[in-house]
Design a protein around this ligand. Structure first.
Ligand code: PHB
Length: 395
């Protein structure tokens, strides 16, 4: 390929604007200007701990690369989105308007991420989603400029449902927050149950991020089910798991679901979480060289144990690095960035993975069981699972 024609449309426009103004301006990358990387995450609210671990692991990767991505020094511009969809559009406009972010990483919440997805599609700004699992981001709204280092909401819940059905359960219920992530995970759980010959009997839902679980918990004994699947995360998951156990339900109706339920939450959940089996694309004690280096490094840097959110943040930075290395730091060369990332095998602490044609990780869904305060990997609930990417027509 002829490298001399790889300068992007926007790179040329920026250079042209400088020339028209009378100067001999070069694109910012030629002048060695830092990459303005907009990072939109929750640093407050029920998902605050998730955002903190994503950011800390991104910073760790960038530090490992001498402060650079794709050879360019990185200037992180961070913004607390509070997991509040009402402010999402104005927050994103601030990042790409006032702050002139050239690339974006964000966010955790499936509703909030929509504003990032929209701007990435409109302006071909590279976006790596380090958590939010909504189907549309790698489905009907998929784009050359959008990549996920995380999962689709369907993936872990499907694997949990499938495992439950294979273990002999015939009827199960679902409990979650009533928003995209909870509902798409509920659909995944139902699909997994069906694939194993079982049935989803009822969904019990609360508005996000409410934690008034008691009226819903009270309904479970009357549903004639053998188990309950769920999607909660962060602070809400801590409270849910504690209340589920305190209500005396844990032994009668085993709790399972997307592994976020017990991820980064075990200190707060204590004995209430012991024995809970979930499915997720990460688990404590995964024995591969990348994870064996990652966990102690993260612990040393932050004083905290690594979790799936840290892994997704680290891999978001890796994905950007792969794309930007191919363009020698030109964040506007969207097609070349995409070509490099699509061809990559990403060496992740979860195990190496590739992206599907809709840019979502194809990855193992591990079966984990909480043992002694850890999410111990006890098997694989679904191997190399790809999200269907329904509705994606990649340009
Ligand atoms: C989401 O809103 O997509 C979401 C939030 C927290 C998680 C997982 C998914 O842990």
């Amino acid at each position: 390929m002829d490298r001399t024609i790889s300068v992007s449309r926007r790179g040329l426009m920026a250079a042209g604007a400088g020339l028209a103004a009378g100067g001999l301006a070069m694109p910012a990358i030629a002048q060695g200007a830092p990459l303005r990387l907009g990072v939109m995450l929750p640093f407050s609210g029920t998902f605050a701990a998730l955002g903190e671990n994503i950011l800390a692991a991104m910073e760790m990767y960038i530090a490992e690369k001498g402060g650079r991505l794709g050879g360019r020094q990185v200037q992180l511009i961070r913004l607390d989105d509070e997991s509040n969809p009402a402010n999402a559009v104005s927050n994103v406009n601030r990042l790409v308007g006032r702050d002139r972010a050239e690339a974006l990483v964000g966010t955790v919440h499936s509703g909030v991420v929509m504003a990032l997805v929209q701007i990435a599609r409109e302006r071909q700004i590279p976006l790596v989603i380090p958590n939010a699992g909504n189907a549309s981001a790698t489905g009907e709204l998929c784009s050359t400029s959008i990549f996920r280092s995380s999962f689709s909401n369907w993936q872990p819940a499907y694997a949990a449902g499938l495992h439950l059905a294979k273990s002999g359960v015939k009827r199960a219920a679902w409990m979650s927050w009533d928003y995209a992530a909870g509902n798409e995970a509920g659909a995944g759980f139902r699909d997994g149950l069906r694939a194993g010959g079982a049935e989803l009997v009822r969904s019990l839902l609360l508005p996000f991020p409410e934690t008034n679980f008691q009226p819903l918990l009270a309904q479970i004994p009357g549903l004639n089910v053998e188990a309950v699947g769920s999607f909660y995360a962060g602070g809400g998951a801590v409270q849910f798991v504690r209340e589920y156990a305190a209500a005396g339900l844990k032994d009668r109706f085993p709790l399972t679901g997307s592994g976020f339920l017990t991820e980064g939450t075990l200190q707060g959940q204590g004995a209430a979480a012991e024995g809970i089996k979930t499915a997720l694309h990460y688990g404590d004690g995964l024995d591969n060289p990348k994870n064996n280096a990652f966990r102690p490094a993260f612990k040393q840097r932050t004083g905290r144990d690594a979790d799936v959110y840290a892994v997704q943040g680290y891999d978001a930075a890796q994905i950007l690095d792969i794309g930007l290395t191919a363009t020698r730091g030109d964040a506007a060369a969207d097609r070349e960035i995409a070509r490099a990332i699509r061809a990559a095998r990403i060496d992740s602490p979860r195990g190496a993975f590739t992206l599907s044609t809709s840019h979502n990780p194809v990855q193992n869904m591990y079966l984990r069981e909480v043992q002694g305060g850890e999410n111990k990997v006890v098997g694989i609930a679904a191997e190399a699972l790809a999200d269907p990417g329904t509705g994606c027509r990649m340009s």
